[in-house]
Design a binder for this molecule. Sequence first.
Ligand code: SF4
Ligand SMILES: [Zn+2]
Length: 370
Amino acid sequence: MDSNLLLHANRLIRKKRPELNEEQPCLEEHVGTMLELSFIGNRCRNDAAGTCIMCDYGHTCKQWSEEDYIYTLKQIMSGDLRKFKSVLFCVNGSMLDEHQVPISLLRAALSEINECMISEVGLETHFQDVTQDKLEMIRKLLPAKEIYIEMGLESLHLPTQELLVLKRVDPEEIDRTITMIQGHGFSVVLNIMLGMPFLEASEQLEHARAAVMWAINRNCRVVAFPMNIKPFTLLSHMHRTGHYQPISHWLMIYLLNSLPVEALSKVTVAYYGNRDENYENVARKVVLPQSCPACHADIMAFYLAFHSELDSHNRKELIHQLIEKATCGCWAQLLFELEKPVISSFKHKYTAYETFLSSCLASGEDIYDE
Ligand code: SF4
Ligand SMILES: [Zn+2]
């Protein structure tokens, strides 16, 4: 099993990916009571290296000055912010990577955010970019805010990390980083993926649950991401060629239902179909988790209600109500899938794909989306 092949193929696919075509350097998204601010920064180093087979964050060749960023940020922050309880700062990669967001820009942006009425501020970053100095700087610039640092853990399943995520997330290292962040009085949020390739549903569930519990046991909050299959990713190639199937929404419901009740208030579900992430002028669309027409609306309503309900016990009740309502067969189908014995191992399926990919590349076959 050679991860270099996948890195190479992912880099080839990313060369064909349309550039980000944003008109302004800072975008806003309203996610319930959270204001998400996304800078369009320089390209993520991992993206350039070909890691993360599921990611299409992309990059732009447009150049904006720091004044442009701050001007746009000021415009957004001068709007009506009363409904927001938190503001999350992201970039197409890592906010604390100076190559993506220069320190002077980060300082200016945080000073701007400090002026707003929103009490909680989050920064999304790679855990390798977190240092004592940066944490101290953030505290000085945001003296009275509640602060959280959001980082990608993705999975604790080692083969998945080493062969598919590929960005060297070492649990011991991230554990030390969590302790460092919490030592500054900040909270930690970890991103965890449900639906990694080359695993049966029962294994996907088991690995995601293990990662969620690992995070909760370290007093972190969790954002659980059901896998989206995005164009211009290697995951999309796996899907198109029959090596990957989208997960069922019900797998996420099962995951939530399997957690201890007290953990539920610490978990958020993101990217379940609540955002339009499609490329303009590209025929292939993002493939979201699956459900049938009979249960789809109930599931979407559930996610919304789960998000706005903060109490663990009430969240558990929402899960129960949803499962009780399920008469369409999707829930029963998932239970059936979860009972299936695992016949083919991760290694076997990975190797089969590797051989297939290698032959596609050797024959010059198209591995891209259009
Ligand atoms: S998932 Fe994060 S680290 Fe990986 S390529 Fe995308 S932006 Fe970069
Ligand atoms: Zn259904």
